[in-house]
Design a protein around this ligand. Structure first.
Ligand SMILES: Nc1ncnc2c1ncn2[C@@H]1O[C@H](COP(=O)(O)OP(=O)(O)OP(=O)(O)O)[C@@H](O)[C@H]1O
Length: 234
């Protein structure tokens, strides 16, 4: 079966010369749920931002068989939904509807399709009835859900999350994890929340200093105290 994500020998240096990713290769099959863990500065966000072309490093990335390049960028951005750590980076309209409708409108969908895309996306995050609300005045947990809906309205097959549980209170965190468990898409989640990893993602990849240092079943990785310790995870 063709992998849904294939990263081959990806390296990336920031303009100031900081080498953030070194020779990353990763293959993900459709439907997998994967945690990307590692200490601060390991390169997790940098890697995620490559998956929908925000950053472009050296190496090759294929998504659903499409090569990530300028020509395919529109299709790839519909295929891979990236949910930022801070929902305020994703919500900028005065109504939830406009924020969730933004992608479909930008893609030129007709009003009826836009409407149904918004309704479906809000339903998927259990936020029906919020369309007329102002995102600015929502709680942290609600904003997070709407940020996810803004991505779901594009019907992506891959969802990429940067620290989805950060800043949430215990109840909002638990509800968000339940929501992530329900999502049928392939998930790649950068996180420091190992207790979420334990229950949500059967596979874990450890990144440290820009390199993949472990990749395997979450159960085995989280059992390896030494591995966790040397990678700043304990
Ligand atoms: N705009 C930038 N310019 C230069 N270096 C950067 C920039 N953004 C990040 N870096 C550096 O790149 C490396 C990887 O950063 P990145 O944010 O990808 O790590 P991370 O694993 O997501 O960390 P965290 O867990 O703290 O979110 C770090 O050393 C960081 O300082």
């Amino acid at each position: 079966m063709e992998p849904i994500i294939e990263i081959k020998d990806l390296s990336y240096a920031y303009p100031d010369g900081k080498q953030a990713l070194k020779d990353i290769s990763l293959t993900v099959q459709s439907g997998e749920k994967i945690a990307l863990v590692g200490p601060n500065g390991a390169g997790k966000s940098t890697l995620l931002y490559h998956l929908n072309g925000i950053f472009t490093g050296q190496g090759k990335i294929y998504l659903g068989g499409m090569e990530l390049n300028k020509q395919n960028l529109g299709a790839i951005r519909a295929f891979v939904g990236l949910v930022f750590q801070n929902p305020d980076d994703q919500l900028f309209s005065t109504t939830v509807f406009e924020d969730v409708a933004y992608g479909p409108i930008y893609q030129g969908m007709d009003p009826a399709t836009v409407q149904s895309r918004v309704e479906e996306a809000l339903k998927a995050v259990h936020m029906e009835g919020y369309a007329r609300r102002n995102p600015y005045h929502l709680s942290g947990g609600e904003k997070k859900r709407i940020a996810i809906a803004t991505v779901l309205s594009m019907q992506p097959q891959v969802l990429v999350f940067d620290e989805p549980t950060s800043g949430l209170d215990p109840r909002a965190r638990r509800e968000l994890i339940e929501l992530l468990q329900e999502l049928p898409q392939t998930l790649l989640i950068a996180t420091h929340d190992l207790s979420m990893v334990r229950i949500l993602t059967p596979r874990t990849v450890i990144l440290n200093q820009g390199s993949i240092v472990a990749d395997g079943p979450t159960e085995e990785i989280l059992r390896d105290e030494e591995l966790l310790f040397v990678n700043g995870l304990r």
